[in-house]
Design a protein around this ligand. Structure first.
Ligand code: MN
Length: 323
């Protein structure tokens, strides 16, 4: 079945320095292969897409990118450079590629302006943010105008894993617990819960957040969130129970989780209309992703929704419609 994929990473020129934050968490063989594939757009990436039946890849700067930059001014400049670079690569092959903006979140006004430019002038379909920036999470009140802009532009914001500000003490003795194995998932799920608890979705009920990796575990936990809400030390009233926001405001992709039980749980918990195909190239094999979604025992209508129909609707992509 044809597919649209939207956690598909590249490396912009000048962004290799940020990779050091994650290289220690990847195995060396994988890192070598990944570093060959990240900056490549015209051969192997397209061959893999063809083999996997991916008609369109929404490309994003690999983590952490500017979420690993200390300096706001450097971040602002390099975000523009990275987005212009991505625009030029998409322009070479616009039928196969679309883009998520890469944003420096140090200064909300700058990030908001760049999101606006990327959507209105470059035609990008949203943005991807790789977690916290210098210890600041996206529930911070200073980001309210940024989120309002995302709603105004009607684009989703993909929150992709990044490192926590500090390595949690519970990971001591086991550095492998950091990174994709476990830590990035809990960090990203916690980041999302911060957004819910801040009341952001009560303020902006139309805001759409995308999470990868089958929702970073959140679909599995809805009942417990609601049964234990409100927490005895909560500080903010919410209009609805936590599960409401996960069902209404969170969209998930299957990136890096090619397994039937969590997919079936997610379909039951948040609904098939909120689940999208993705691979996490080049960290995952698109063929494995494609074989999974092409063969998992779900209805053909549900398969079509996950593979491309939901993405066409949510990202307002017309190019593959009717193909
Ligand atoms: Mn990824």
């Amino acid at each position: 079945m044809k597919k649209i994929a939207l956690e598909e990473h590249f490396m912009a020129p000048g962004f290799m320095e940020y990779e050091a934050a994650v290289t220690g968490l990847l195995n060396p063989q994988m890192l070598e292969a990944v570093n060959k594939r990240l900056p490549e757009f015209s051969q192997q990436r397209l061959e893999m897409m063809d083999k996997a039946g991916i008609e369109l890849s929404v490309l994003s700067q690999t983590s952490p990118g500017l979420q690993g930059e200390k300096d706001a001014k450097i971040g602002a400049r390099k975000a523009i450079e990275a987005n212009d670079f991505l625009y030029s690569e998409i322009a070479k092959n616009p039928k196969r590629y679309a883009g998520f903006a890469h944003l420096a979140m140090h200064e909300p006004e700058t990030a908001t302006a760049e999101l606006n430019r990327c959507v209105k002038e470059l035609g990008f379909v949203g943005a991807m943010i790789n977690g916290q920036t210098n210890g600041v999470y996206l529930d911070d009140q200073k980001y309210i105008p940024f989120w309002e802009k995302a709603v105004e532009l009607d684009v989703p914001i993909y929150i992709h894993p990044g490192n926590p500000f500090q390595v949690p003490y519970v990971f001591k003795d086991y550095p492998a617990m950091q990174g994709a194995f476990w830590g990035w998932g809990t960090e990203t799920a916690s980041h999302t819960i911060r957004l819910i608890m801040s009341g952001l979705f009560d303020r902006l009920p139309k805001l759409k957040i995308i999470l990868g990796h089958m929702g970073e575990g959140l679909p599995f936990t809805l009942w417990r969130f609601d049964s234990r809400w409100p927490g005895s030390i909560h500080t903010k009233e919410l209009k609805k129970l936590p599960s409401h926001y996960i069902k209404e405001n969170i969209i998930i992709t299957i990136s890096g989780v090619f397994d039937a039980p969590p997919l079936l749980c997610s379909m039951a918990a948040i609904g098939v209309d909120n689940i999208l195909f993705s691979t996490d190239y080049p960290y995952e094999d698109p063929i494995v992703a494609a074989e999974f979604i092409d063969n998992v025992k779900i209805s053909e209508e549900d398969r079509a929704k996950i593979c491309y129909k939901n993405a066409e609707r949510i990202l307002k992509i017309k190019r593959t419609a009717g193909v």
